[in-house]
Design a protein around this ligand. Structure first.
Ligand code: CTP
Length: 397
């Protein structure tokens, strides 16, 4: 199940660190290898010798160990893994992660990684219930960090309640799920997102108000169901999700090329707000006022319609989903758009200023397919994304 996978295991400083030894054994039994990192506090609970002996690998401890930098720098160490697991994740480690601190090897790796992170919190029940820990966890979940546990039970400190680290077997199950045991495992989905920027001159461009929030949420939801996601994004406000292949572009033409290069795929979801037009007489130098009061005249040419190209191209994915941002007659326009572009589904929404949808956190969509129009209630963009991802999984099953 985990054959050939590489787990970067960060062992924090808590009494539960002893369970990390059992965890190493179980991860290996499932076929994966473990690269262990021991925090300074972690080394107070388990020795580097026992961790290294069980993992059959070097134990990394010090950010400034020059040998490590010569052999494998911390950036590479954080990226060579398929998944980063923090067990036990202490309140302090979670706080560092939530705050983006990088003052030792473990926190630096967590900040530098481009892989998903799974944390197994373990701490005293009061610390677990403290508002600061709640807050940190909410931030981390928002960043896409996965959690397993903690369990309820009697703790080493004598108190009772939630805070005990999840059992190693449960952590291994969570690792399996994080590495793609979901209904979309083995599937490749291309997602476009964000606005495009069409240059006018080297310092100016034409853009739109898309934040990239809905596309980012969809990419994350597809990833959570196990899909391999190629995320082609214009210059968005919202940061791309972790654990997906990110391709950054600026213009519509760059986006079209990146999408074509990403095919074949099982599905394509085009959430990007692609500029319909580009400036053909864009200036190579900054355009200056010449004092005459005469305004410059921009000439436009139509951009490639990426959705239509994908839907009618020779490497058409099995399922092609488009979005329709409308301000009037949403369903009628979206139905016409679906037919015109040749896609399977259109997710239509009303982006009139009063709706607060463009750039906001909520969305209210109508899903148009050959079954007709299905109106979804207004909900968070994350929820829209999860529902859509599940529908995509059903369609590809
Ligand atoms: N789209 C695309 N390439 C373009 C324009 C749009 O891939 N050059 C995709 C969008 O990502 C979206 C869908 O087409 O999935 C519809 O985008 P929208 O802007 O609503 O439609 P337009 O094609 O611009 O049509 P209209 O101008 O009639 O609104």
């Amino acid at each position: 199940m985990l054959a050939g996978k590489r787990i970067l295991l960060i062992i924090g400083g808590g009494i539960a660190a002893y369970k990390a030894l059992e965890l190493i054994r179980l991860i290996q039994k499932a076929g994966a290898s473990v690269v262990p990192v021991l925090t300074r506090a972690g080394a107070e609970f388990v020795t580097p010798l026992s961790v290294g002996a069980l993992a059959g690998a070097k134990v990394y401890q010090d950010l400034f160990d020059l040998t490590d930098e010569a052999e494998m720098g911390h950036i590479q160490l954080s990226r060579a893994a398929d998944l980063v697991v923090v067990a036990p994740a202490t309140a302090d480690l979670l706080a560092k992660m939530a705050g983006g601190r990088a003052d030792d090897l473990a926190s630096t790796l967590l900040l530098a990684t481009d892989k998903r992170v799974l944390v197994a919190p373990a701490m005293n029940v009061r610390m677990w219930e403290h508002a600061a820990t709640r807050r940190n966890l909410a931030v981390l979940r928002g960043d896409g960090v996965l959690t397993v546990g903690p369990d309820d039970g009697e703790m080493a400190c004598g108190e009772y309640g939630p805070g005990r680290m999840a059992e190693p077997a449960a952590i291994v199950e969570a690792i399996k799920a994080a590495l793609g045991g979901g209904p979309l495992s083995g599937r490749h989905v291309v997602v476009t997102s964000g606005p495009t920027h069409e240059p006018v001159d080297p310092v100016r461009y034409i853009a739109n108000r898309s934040s990239g929030a809905q596309g980012t949420a969809i990419a994350a939801a597809l990833r959570d169901l196990g899909a391999r996601v190629t995320f082609v994004t214009g210059p968005a406000v919202v940061a791309p999700p972790v654990g997906v292949m990110v391709v950054r572009v600026e213009t519509a033409r760059e986006m079209a090329a990146a999408v074509e290069a990403a095919l074949p795929a099982d599905a394509a979801v085009m959430t990007a707000a692609v500029a319909d037009w580009r400036v053909v007489n864009a200036s190579a130098q900054k355009m200056k006022k010449d004092g005459s009061g005469k305004a410059p005249v921009l000439e436009f040419a139509e951009n490639p319609d990426i959705l239509a190209l994908v839907a009618t191209g020779s490497s058409r994915p099995r399922l092609v989903v488009g979005f329709a941002a409308e301000t009037t007659d949403v369903v009628a326009h979206a139905m016409a758009k679906r037919a015109r572009k040749g896609c399977d589904w259109i997710v239509a929404n009303d982006v009139s200023p009063g709706t607060g949808i463009m750039g906001g956190t909520e969305n209210e969509v109508v899903l148009i397919s050959d079954a007709g129009a299905e109106a979804w209630p207004r909900m968070g963009k994350g929820e829209v994304a999860r529902r859509l991802a599940l529908k995509i999984a059903e369609a590809l099953a």
